[in-house]
Design a binder for this molecule. Structure first.
Ligand SMILES: *Cc1c(COP(=O)(O)O)cnc(C)c1O
Length: 432
């Protein structure tokens, strides 16, 4: 993409960017401000952040009430060790998260990967504390649960995890029958769901500690959506086998599915839920693992070996808690903003779906996605990057996953900005 004149862009000599191949990537653009749905670069260019900066920016950039809540907390209590001590923002946040989620206990950590690690360790040790021999973990094809080792192990093996393959623990893997389009134009779906469920049943014949899934949509593997009824049938199988169910709502939590939690929309009730990304409105890194009282009680005993020996330096950081409380206020004050995103996307996506290069258009809450018709799909397919370059010229930032193009904008995006995103994509598709 054209670099702005007068600016001489180069790689910073001391930075190492995530998931970036310096030999081939374009030089990162410097961002100096965020305003609502927009990013403002050093050269004054305004870009619509149509993917919420890796899915975290929930209400918009520099949202003033969250910014004020963090400032107020920073001059009151910025951090305190969370063993031996508790503090009001953590207590208030735990109470509200439990009331809203239906679970009972909150374990704080730092990000989505750690929230998943804690869920896995809690599930594993819970059985061990009971003297049980359940050793199997089940995850799904196409799963992504984060980049730390445990989270990588339960994720689908991929380009990302390949160098570390010998270090990853074994996980049983069940099929994920993702939908291929909007509503009823997917005739093979019910058959694929049936096959996935019977494959899961067979895996569950081995004593299983836990099943982990991304409810309603697998994010990083390409916005692969499943039906609510499939998750309900899946949950029944997991319950019959007596295994714990872990929902990784790191992406779907906090309104992204159109409901506060995807588990509510799907009417399933997991034993553990991992949350992060939108938790603080996208302001500060923080993760939480919610647990049922039954899971928590499995760790309560005079025997010290029954303790969950896991903790991070910044556990329950008060600034993160203050941001999360302010973000929850916003979600509760205006639920129509997250509940209404799906209807706002729909007419745009339906129009785009008629384009010859668009396959499998799909929609869940604030997430709209489709595949580009390409011959060799995959994360390294260049079509998505080409589309990224084109829409950038029209003032829109997207970051396709290979050939999968998706929009996941902050809730503050206005109708005009949303229309501009779709116009830019439509225009780019005509150039491809
Ligand atoms: C992003 C993501 C993670 C990892 O979260 P990080 O904060 O990047 O560690 C885990 N699970 C899902 C479903 C995600 O989308």
């Amino acid at each position: 993409m054209a670099q702005p004149a007068g600016d001489s862009p180069s790689w910073h000599p001391h930075l190492w960017h995530p998931t970036t191949q310096v030999a081939t990537a374009r030089i990162p653009e410097r961002v100096v401000r965020g305003e609502g749905a927009e990013l403002i670069t050093a050269s004054g260019e305004r870009l619509i952040d149509a993917i919420s900066s890796w899915w975290v920016t929930l209400h918009g950039h520099a949202e003033p009430t969250i910014a004020r809540a963090i400032a107020a907390q920073a001059s009151t209590l910025e951090q305190v060790i969370f063993a031996n001590f508790s503090h009001p923002p953590a207590e208030a946040l735990a109470t509200r998260l439990c009331r809203r989620s239906g679970l009972d206990r909150v374990f704080f950590s730092d990000n989505g990967s750690t929230a998943v690690e804690v869920a896995l360790k809690a599930a594993w040790q819970w059985w061990r504390n009971r003297g049980s021999e359940r050793r199997q973990l089940i995850a799904f094809e196409g799963a992504y649960h984060g980049d730390t080792f445990g989270a990588m192990a339960v994720g689908e093996r991929s380009l990302f995890s390949e160098p570390f393959e010998p270090l990853l623990f074994a996980v049983a893997r069940a099929p994920w029958p993702s939908t291929a389009g909007l509503e009823s134009n997917d005739p093979g779906l019910e058959e694929r769901e049936r096959q996935a469920l019977s494959a899961l049943e067979r895996l569950l014949e081995v004593p299983t500690a836990a099943v982990i899934l991304e409810p309603l949509v697998q994010g990083a593997s390409g916005m692969r959506m499943v039906r609510e009824v499939f998750l309900q049938q899946l949950e029944r199988r997991v319950r019959q086998a007596g295994a714990l169910l872990i929902a990784d709502e790191v992406l779907t939590g906090f309104g992204r599915s159109g409901r506060l939690f995807a588990c509510h929309r799907a009417a399933i009730r997991p034993d553990l839920i991992a949350l992060s990304k939108g938790l603080t409105g996208g302001f500060l890194p923080m993760g939480v693992t919610l647990a049922s009282e039954a899971v928590f009680q499995g760790f309560v005993a005079p025997d010290p070996s029954r303790t969950l020996f896991h903790g991070h330096s910044f556990t329950a950081n008060p600034l993160g808690c203050a941001a999360a409380l302010a973000s929850l206020d916003l979600l509760e004050q205006a639920p129509e903003r997250h509940e209404g995103m799906e209807a706002r996307h729909r007419p745009h996506l339906e129009r785009l779906a008629r384009h010859r290069l668009v396959r499998a258009p799909r929609l869940l809450g604030s997430i709209a996605a489709f595949d580009l018709a390409v011959e060799h799909p995959g994360y390294l397919n260049p079509a998505g990057r080409r589309l990224q370059d084109l829409v950038w010229q029209r003032g829109v930032f997207l970051r396709p996953l290979g050939q999968v193009v998706y929009l996941l904008p902050p809730l503050s995006i206005d109708d005009d900005q949303l229309a501009r995103c779709y116009e830019a994509i439509g225009w780019a598709l005509d150039q491809l």
